[in-house]
Design a binder for this molecule. Sequence first.
Ligand SMILES: [Zn+2]
Length: 84
Amino acid sequence: MNEETSAFMESLSPELREKAAKCTNTNEILALAREEKIALPDEVLEAVAGGAGQQNSCTEDCPNCGKTLNYRMGHYACDCGYYR
Ligand SMILES: [Zn+2]
């Protein structure tokens, strides 16, 4: 999650934040936004879209620290020591 998305999540009520946190793809976030009449900042949309698209690319966030993992030679590695 990037800064824009974090800031956006902070601006939501705790209830909405909980719902938004459960969204795993762009469609779910969009549906929630429509339902709750939330204006989604472009940065957030891009971040969410990017997040959903990551499953098909070599880019993934570290499950330990959230940084972007380095993909090399069939393995993911992170500065924090995460490796798989
Ligand atoms: Zn890490």
